[in-house]
Design a protein around this ligand. Structure first.
Ligand code: AMP
Length: 285
């Protein structure tokens, strides 16, 4: 596995692969890799001739009071996992490489960037859209792999790709969970064992919502009520949002019979976790 630290080096390495006629898949990450990330790598290696991964803790998607400095950085371990998984190229730039002095251009996804996590984390999706666009321009992958775990990010990136005519196919992979249902996240390592137990409330609330829908309930209000009452009972779990929305626009729906995204964000102690359930699979436009 070749490791590149500069955009110029990475671009040259990707050009070389593409010139050799190999289809290139990109898996962007912030590192602290777990089985969720590795499922994207597996999907990419299965479908592409060559796979590039990136590890970059992107400062512009963190708010001033968020965990940018504390975010887990486990480069050696990550490097080993990616190499073992057959990744060809690893891009691991420092912040000044992606945001050199004097850089002023950002990608603002507009209104959709202010919904769900974008409402709780102002500027978050502008940071995400900017870094992902920059990575796409450097790597120029045929396909890029993202997790359904970050459902709002998926919706925002679909908009960015469409609005900017980016020549890349987004491939969205299902949420990978721990055996007990907790959605895998780099932030799970912040949880104490008691918090880890309480964090199960998110996936359990979604399971209860799924059950309610299976029993014939179509009303978003009824689902929201169930989620709120379920989560209110759990100590140390403070709700950020629960939402039943259209998975493309992230706007609220009132009835889930034609499909919907049920999303939760909650603080467990000082750790903010997200989880979601997609009712009826999203169709690529
Ligand atoms: P991150 O390192 O948190 O920026 O995540 C990098 C990519 O991995 C994103 O596309 C995430 O949606 C995806 N990802 C993170 N956790 C999971 C998970 N539990 N299952 C599937 N994909 C995930």
């Amino acid at each position: 596995m070749r490791i590149c630290h500069t955009s110029a080096d990475m671009r040259a390495a990707c050009d070389e692969l593409r010139r050799a006629g190999r289809t290139l898949g990109l898996v962007p990450t912030m590192g602290a890799l777990h089985a969720g990330h590795m499922s994207l790598v597996a999907a990419a290696t299965a479908a592409c001739d060559a796979v590039a991964a990136s590890i970059f803790v992107n400062p512009t998607q963190f708010g001033p009071k968020e965990d940018y400095a504390a975010y887990p950085r486990t480069f050696e371990e990550d490097r080993r996992k990616l190499e073992q998984a057959g990744v060809d190229l690893l891009f691991a730039p420092v912040a000044a490489e992606m945001y050199p002095p004097g850089n002023t251009t950002f990608v603002d996804p507009g209104e959709i960037g202010g919904r769900l996590d974008g409402a709780s984390r102002p500027g978050h999706f502008r940071g995400v859209a900017t870094i992902v666009t920059r990575l796409f321009n450097i790597v120029q992958p045929e396909r890029a792999y993202f997790g359904q775990k970050d459902a709002a990010q998926v919706a925002v990136l679909r908009h960015v790709v469409r609005d900017l005519n980016l020549p890349v196919e987004l491939v969205i992979c299902p949420i990978v969970r721990e055996p007990d249902g907790l959605a895998m996240s780099s932030r799970n390592r912040y949880l104490s064992s008691v918090e880890r137990e309480r964090a199960l409330a998110l996936s359990r609330a979604l399971q209860a919502a799924a059950e309610l829908v299976r029993s014939g309930e179509e009303s978003a209000e009824a689902i929201l009520h169930l989620l709120r009452t379920f989560l209110a009972r759990v100590p140390d779990v403070r709700l950020d949002y629960v939402a039943v929305v259209d998975p493309d626009s992230l706007l609220p729906v009132t009835n889930v019979s034609t499909g919907a995204l049920i999303a939760i964000a909650a603080w467990v102690g000082t750790t903010r976790l997200i989880d979601n359930l997609l009712l009826q699979r999203h169709q690529v436009p």
